[in-house]
Design a protein around this ligand. Structure first.
Ligand code: G6P
Length: 368
């Protein structure tokens, strides 16, 4: 294994650092072609112009990629998008619009619940299914009409990292393609988004360079029993992913909340023993996030803030700030995933847990 790991100590660390390349590889065709339906398969032009909505089905980290996509698809393409955990969907009498595109997201393409949810969606009458998958010719893409393969390469660490950020790239591409087919993305805007995507591997690399600062935070987390992650809008799913990563590999209990919901419950948990991680880039919700943070500070909570350069946060007593690179616009959730992955990784090292093979978990769950 040491040969495969190169300079890294664990597959998770290696895979975190492979993200600029994984994203660049996933973007390869798209940077030249623009947002064309053919990226999703030969018959995609017809299907993607006809769909009236999107139904996303997935498990685990892939589900959080789906939650992020909902924000992009509804805002950019102006069509309805709902996202559901596959193991719930497959057992409920769900309402189905046949013209809604079923989108499954699965790194392995073999997750049983996601596969069964896809079959069930077909039984309920959905006409078309798209698979976003990292493993060629696995079961789920074979059972789908359209496919977008992420090009993350083999992911070995049980906790998903590079698969997630490349899924986000694929889903963003889907949102932009649906928008373009509906006349909601003009040439100038398309060129601007392509340009932002072109810069994405570089922004992710800048985020990776924050590792020494994040490592310094990790020691403060190692002795905690609980942590709270906050985000708003597009960054709420990234808060969820940050909490999931921390649970999976460090066994610290972690929860994520949309910051505006703090006052409806979790604020009762906040005291000096509860670290609160905030994903706070400079977007339209920043002022609201800042007031949510004051609610935490007022109760003695210790804040760990990931902000970008222009959100103007300063370190102060009880408030620790790490600045992520320049603002990445609508792609910001992808860049902000990197620091939460690295935080979990370094907390796991400090606690001495088995990073690549966390207890009780499997890489691919092919049983119920
Ligand atoms: C397992 C893995 C997770 C993964 C989930 C879904 O729980 O440990 O990392 O997110 O399955 O897997 P999939 O291959 O369908 O994306």
């Amino acid at each position: 294994a040491s040969l495969e790991l190169g300079p890294y100590s664990h597959f998770m660390q290696k895979e975190i650092h492979e993200q600029p390349k994984a994203i660049a590889d996933t973007l390869e065709n798209l940077l030249d072609s623009g947002f064309v339906p053919e990226l999703f398969g030969a018959q995609a032009a017809d299907v993607l112009s006809r769909v009236r909505g999107v139904k996303i089905l997935a498990c685990g980290t892939s589900y959080y990629a789906g939650l992020t996509a909902k924000y992009w698809i509804e805002a950019m393409a102006g069509i309805q998008c709902d996202v559901e955990i596959a193991s719930e969907y497959r057992y409920r009498a769900a309402w189905a619009d046949p013209e809604h595109l079923v989108v499954t997201i699965s790194q392995s393409g073999e997750t049983l619940d996601t596969m069964e949810a896809l079959k069930y969606a077909r039984e309920l009458g959905h006409k078309w299914a798209l698979s976003i998958c990292n493993v060629r010719e696995s079961a789920i893409p074979r059972a789908s009409d359209l496919v977008f393969y992420t090009r993350a390469g083999a992911e070995i660490g049980v906790a998903s990292t590079k698969a997630f950020t490349t899924q986000l790239v694929a889903l963003f591409t889907l949102a932009a393609t649906l928008a373009k087919l509906r006349g909601k993305l003009g040439d100038a805007d398309e060129a601007r988004l392509i340009d932002e995507l072109r810069h994405l591997p570089g922004s992710v690399q800048h985020a990776l360079n924050l590792e020494p600062q994040i490592k310094a935070w990790a020691d403060r987390f190692a002795a905690k029993n609980d942590a709270l992650f906050l985000g708003r809008g597009l960054h709420y799913p990234i808060a969820l992913e940050g909490a999931l990563k921390l649970k999976e590999i460090t066994y610290i209990h972690a929860e994520a909340y949309p910051a505006g919901e703090l006052k409806h419950g979790p604020l009762a948990l906040v005291d000096e023993n509860m670290p609160v991680v905030v994903i706070a880039p400079n977007d339209s919700l920043l002022e609201k996030v800042k007031s949510n943070m004051q609610e935490v500070s007022a109760r003695g909570g210790e804040l760990f803030v990931f902000a970008d350069l222009d959100s103007h946060f300063e370190d102060s007593p009880g408030v620790h700030v790490i600045r992520t690179p320049r603002h990445s616009g609508v792609l910001s959730p992808i860049v902000h995933t990197i620091p939460v992955q690295m935080l979990s990784y370094h907390v796991a090292l400090a606690r001495g847990t088995d990073v690549d093979k966390p207890r009780n978990l499997a890489k691919s769950v092919t049983v119920e």
